[in-house]
Design a protein around this ligand. Structure first.
Ligand SMILES: Nc1nc2c(c(=O)[nH]1)N[C@H]1C(S)=C(S)[C@@H](COP(=O)(O)O)O[C@H]1N2
Ligand SMILES: [Mo]
Length: 324
């Protein structure tokens, strides 16, 4: 399926920085003695290490071929920025958690598939990676805090995992949960949060072509701070749906309360589709700040992916607003 959304303010494809092109530019900047400054970032975000995991044996799988049907539509965000400006409350309720997240052990890593499935199972992450068709997709990523980035994710279509799980005809939702371990994730000592981080999609959403399980980023295994070894990408929804470091997939017929919805159901809803017309109490949503360039750009309905997903919501009652 071709998903190419062009708007007047979109950059043309040749402006999109490819990783190799980007690396060359970085070398050039280094040679010029300004390697620490990323042009256009406003100078606040100096280059810092991306913290490649040493306990991740999946490096040989990458890079994987890019699926050109999924294009970012604007310049990719430099790796140094997208791997050091994170939300991962398990490691702290601020953006600079990339160092703390290195405490996470990503092997051994077992994924549990349970609930309304023909047969419950536990599968080792490396077995799972071996069974799935890995590809790269460039996706826009939009946080409800009104910042965004463009990322080359690697991984596989979530519908492949749904097929492997073989849900029964009763199943309506797929619930995904993050690991729970206070000894590595000090944020989980904060008892007022409803750990483990839980998110869910309807099965129609989970089997949509756009729903993607991330296992890599920038042609390498996904770093811990970005949700190693397995994380969700549903780019038409706000970032808080994109649950990280998943250990469990449960199929159910009842809609669960998700992490942010449970914390504050007036501000965060189940659907969480990007909608420039519905302001959040703290962030208006009509524009967003691209963290790679520092530029403010218009926000698009469904983050620009409406062609692929708008039909999923045509029968949802207006009282169930797309955002809320
Ligand atoms: N387990 C877990 N997953 C999470 C979060 C979190 O705090 N914990 N934060 C979410 C939010 S709000 C966003 S914007 C994205 C951020 O992903 P990134 O750090 O790769 O940009 O992760 C999402 N997934
Ligand atoms: Mo977010």
């Amino acid at each position: 399926m071709l998903i190419k959304i062009r708007k007047g303010w979109d950059l043309s494809e040749r402006d999109v920085t490819s990783e190799s092109h980007y690396l060359k530019r970085r070398d050039l900047l280094k040679a010029m003695g300004i390697g620490g400054l990323i042009a256009g970032s406003g100078g606040i975000l100096a280059a810092r290490p991306a913290y490649a995991a040493t306990d991740d044996p999946s490096g040989h799988l990458y890079p994987v071929p890019r699926n050109e049907a999924f294009v970012g539509g604007r310049a990719m965000t430099p790796e140094e920025i997208s791997t050091t400006y994170n939300n991962f409350y398990e490691f702290g309720s601020h953006k600079s958690i990339s160092k703390a997240a290195q405490a996470l052990k990503v092997r051994p890593w077992t994924v549990k598939i349970d609930g309304m499935v023909e047969k419950e199972m536990e599968i080792d992450i490396d077995d799972l990676l071996g069974q799935m068709h890995l590809e790269e997709r460039v996706y826009r990523h939009r946080c409800v805090e009104a910042w965004s980035m463009v990322v080359p994710w690697s991984g596989f279509a979530l519908k492949e995992l749904v097929k492997l799980a073989n849900p029964t005809s009763k199943a309506k939702y797929l619930v995904m949960q993050t690991f729970e371990d206070k000894s590595v994730a000090s944020g989980q000592k904060q008892f007022w949060y409803p750990w483990p981080y839980t998110e869910a999609l309807t099965l129609d959403e989970a089997t949509n072509d756009l729903a993607f399980m991330v296992t890599g980023m920038y042609g390498k295994p996904v770093p811990k701070q970005n949700g190693a070894p397995l994380r969700l990408a549903v780019p038409w929804k706000y970032g808080f749906k994109q649950v990280k470091s998943i250990v469990r997939f449960s199929f159910t017929d009842t809609r669960p309360k998700t992490f942010w919805e449970e914390l504050n159901s007036k501000e965060y809803g189940f659907w969480a589709n990007v909608n420039p017309g519905v302001p959040h109490p703290r962030w208006r949503q009509d524009t967003e700040r691209d963290i790679g360039t520092g530029r403010r750009i218009p926000t698009q309905m469904f983050n620009g992916y409406g062609e692929a997903v708008a039909h999923l919501y045509k029968d949802i009652a207006k009282s169930e607003r797309l955002y809320m």
